[in-house]
Design a protein around this ligand. Structure first.
Ligand code: SAH
Length: 254
């Protein structure tokens, strides 16, 4: 069944017009027809069953037949990643959405090579939002990840609160593996998984020694993801997969 995105405002009524972008996709790529049943997602917990009541040249009108509301994910995983070049960041965003990551926060670090002017940030955020929407439609999740605007690592570390556990991927070789550190966390917390985790991954040029020291001071634990040097994309998805596998993702946006 085809899935389409509607904003929570659009989703309020039982008669819904798709926005121009979704209507174009529905009409000219998927060729939906009157009478066809589709699913609508608002990315904020609502999943609706709907029927196409009008498929015009540019417009698609739907009638909502049933709704389910999934509560916000109880467990949270934020990936905090040094802003990688366009395609790599977009890949992290797509895959992280599929894997139920609840937030993706790009951070500026010394060795980030991407430059974004202030004016370019709004359009990047809009582009990222649609990438996450398309990934959500593909996987049928109920909640979109929050995607923050790029922010310096230091200010993120000062401002971000509420994590039960924070880890960063490091190649320094003296730290335990993610598996060992997670087992240690669990044995220190009566076997429980952390509810809210922030996992940090450096940019392609890695974190600097000062940045690693700042992470350590902020209580973020360095972890190894094995002896090989992974690309940032791989390291970020490794973290997302591990937490999903361990059960942190069981209710991460359904
Ligand atoms: N250019 C660097 C590698 C950077 S890898 C070099 O050649 O040494 C990018 C990021 O992925 C790192 O900052 C780290 O957070 C993460 N990462 C990659 N491989 C890792 C590993 N084996 N263990 C832990 N983190 C890793």
């Amino acid at each position: 069944m085809h899935r389409f995105y509607v904003t929570p405002e659009q989703a309020a009524g039982d008669r819904i017009m798709l926005c121009p972008r979704e209507a174009h996709h529905a009409l000219h790529v998927l060729r939906v027809r009157t009478g066809e049943r589709v699913q609508l997602l608002d990315g904020r917990g609502q999943v609706m069953q709907a029927e196409v009541v009008r498929a015009g040249r540019r417009e698609v009108e739907l009638h909502v037949g049933g709704r389910r509301h999934f509560p916000p994910p109880e467990r949270r995983l934020a990936l905090v990643v040094g802003l990688t070049k366009g395609a790599a960041f977009e890949e992290i965003l797509q895959r992280a959405t599929e894997l139920g990551v609840t937030a993706l926060q790009p951070v500026w670090t010394r060795r980030v090579v991407v430059r974004l002017e202030a004016e370019a940030i709004a359009s990047k955020l809009e582009k990222w939002r649609w990438i996450a929407v398309d990934a959500l439609k593909q996987c049928g999740g109920a909640w979109l990840p929050e995607v923050g605007g790029p922010e310096p690592l230091e200010s993120w570390l000062e401002r971000s609160r509420g994590w039960d556990w924070q880890v960063y991927g490091t190649l320094d070789g003296t730290r335990g593996t993610l598996r060992q550190r997670l087992l240690a966390y669990r044995s220190a917390h009566g076997g429980r998984l952390p509810h809210a985790v922030a996992a940090y991954v450096g940019p392609e040029g890695d974190f600097t020694a000062e940045e690693r020291a700042a992470l350590d001071r902020a209580g973020v634990e360095g972890v190894s993801l094995g002896p090989r040097i992974l690309r940032s994309v791989t390291a970020a998805l490794y973290m997302a997969v591990v937490f999903q596998y361990e059960g942190l993702g069981d209710d991460m946006g359904t």
